[in-house]
Design a protein around this ligand. Structure first.
Ligand SMILES: [Zn+2]
Length: 428
């Protein structure tokens, strides 16, 4: 038994659906007890069980962050400016993803990618790879090497992209996806996501194959994009004139509770109703939506429709893997729409809410007995300015707000997955 002493904070319920005051637990002088990689107990320090004690001082012990949508191969193209979604894909993304034919490049980026996530306190993520089988295999290998909780998938794409970045055939893409799924899905903390890039870059035949794979492996995830940008929505209407965007995925059997659709900025009421009935999830990526000028996500409209929402960094369209930033930008995107989210709502979306969006909430997302010990030790004095801000914090809410708006990777002292230290600023 290891007993970590510090301030302990964890969401335990959805503050959008419950009384905020009962949606979290906080112990100013608290402990987290860890045994066999799982949370054994949390509580007031005086009630801590016997065990090897690790004193974290006045650091905040909190659940690891969960990134519900990002692109591993786009790490090095962060901040590629100019152009909205469709131009941006052609100008920057496709040439960048082409480089993953080169396995040394893939290995280098995969290592940097997971190291960067862990340094930022992201302990679970839903990850796009490229169309390449070998590069995707490498993204799994490097996740496994670090003990990272990753849901990864090979991008499926067989039209409307440069020839060099297209699957050779729908059948081949299916076979490669299936081989990766059979190799990695359920191995340790790794899972597989069937990953068509988005409706415009897959032929109906390829979407048919994606649906077939989902039927063969119903517990696999489905990860794609939807309604990010108005030009994209119009394009989908031209390509699939019979139906709305969400109906296209539904038609091929790609919507259920393991489906995570990135963005959903422009969904209609009918589409939201469909997603709610299918229990599909939305990954809200505020930084990316602002960077690409895609639009303002209507969070409460989506939640009120009964659709589960998590937060994503969406790097490389997002400009940082930091989930502190995702929370801060989520706040601002709602703020300009007249809604002020509390720090408890934001922190929920970045942790337990993300776990719910990824159907991982039985296993991670909060510090509750029985769950995997996936937690962060956050330094409230990481920078001179954060020290000043922390000292004047008048409440827990205020303390969390300071971290949300001023925190970054420097505030993440240590990260643990399943009780194992996976990143430490002390070591680096
Ligand atoms: Zn994306």
């Amino acid at each position: 038994m290891h007993v970590y002493r510090g301030r302990v904070f964890t969401p335990v319920a959805d503050p959008f659906a419950h009384d905020v005051s009962t949606s979290y637990r906080y112990f100013e002088h608290g402990f987290v007890a860890v045994q066999d990689g799982r949370i054994a107990a949390i509580g007031e320090r005086d009630n801590a069980p016997e065990g090897e004690t690790v004193d974290c001082g006045d650091a905040l012990i909190a659940p690891g962050f969960i990134d519900t949508h990002l692109h591993a191969p786009q790490l090095e193209m962060i901040g590629s400016y100019g152009g909205h979604l469709l131009e941006w894909l052609n100008r920057y993304t496709f040439p960048t993803e082409r480089k993953f034919e080169d396995l040394e490049h893939a290995r280098r980026v995969a290592r940097a990618f997971y190291d960067e996530l862990l340094r930022n306190g992201t302990l679970a993520a839903l990850v796009f790879s490229t169309i390449h089988y070998e590069a995707t295999d490498i993204f799994f290998e490097e996740a496994e090497r670090r003990g990272f909780r990753g849901i990864v998938g090979k991008t499926m794409m067989d039209r409307h992209a440069p020839e060099y970045l297209l699957d050779k055939s729908p059948r081949q893409s299916y076979e490669e996806s299936r081989a990766l799924l059979e190799k990695w899905h359920g191995r340790g903390l790794l899972r597989y996501a069937i990953t068509p890039r988005f409706a415009p870059t897959s032929t109906p035949e390829q979407l048919e194959y994606a649906g077939q794979l989902k039927r063969e492996f119903p517990d696999a995830w489905v990860h794609t994009h939807i309604s990010e940008n108005t030009n994209e929505v119009r394009w989908v209407q031209e390509l699939f004139p019979e139906a709305e965007y969400a109906d296209v995925y539904d038609h091929y059997g790609l919507l259920d509770e393991k489906t995570v659709l990135a963005h959903g900025v422009w969904l209609t009421a009918e589409e939201l109703d469909l997603l709610s009935r299918r229990r599909a999830r939305i990954a809200h990526c505020p930084n990316s939506n602002l960077f690409l000028g895609s639009g303002l996500f209507p969070l409460h409209r989506v939640l009120n429709a009964g659709v589960v929402v998590g937060l994503g960094s969406d790097i490389g369209a997002g400009t940082t893997p930091s989930m502190f930033n995702a929370m801060a930008d989520a706040y601002k995107v709602q703020q300009v729409q007249g809604v002020s989210l509390s720090p408890f709502h934001l922190w929920y979306l970045a942790t337990l809410g993300g776990a719910c969006a990824l159907s991982l909430d039985a296993e991670t997302g909060s510090l509750e007995p029985g769950k995997s010990a996936d937690f962060l030790v956050l330094d409230l004095h990481a920078t001179p300015l954060l020290t000043i801000r922390t000292a004047r914090a008048s409440s827990l809410e205020d303390l969390l707000a300071g971290l949300i708006f001023m925190g970054d990777d420097r505030a993440v002292s240590r990260s643990f997955i399943a009780g194992q230290l996976v990143s430490s600023r002390d070591r680096s």
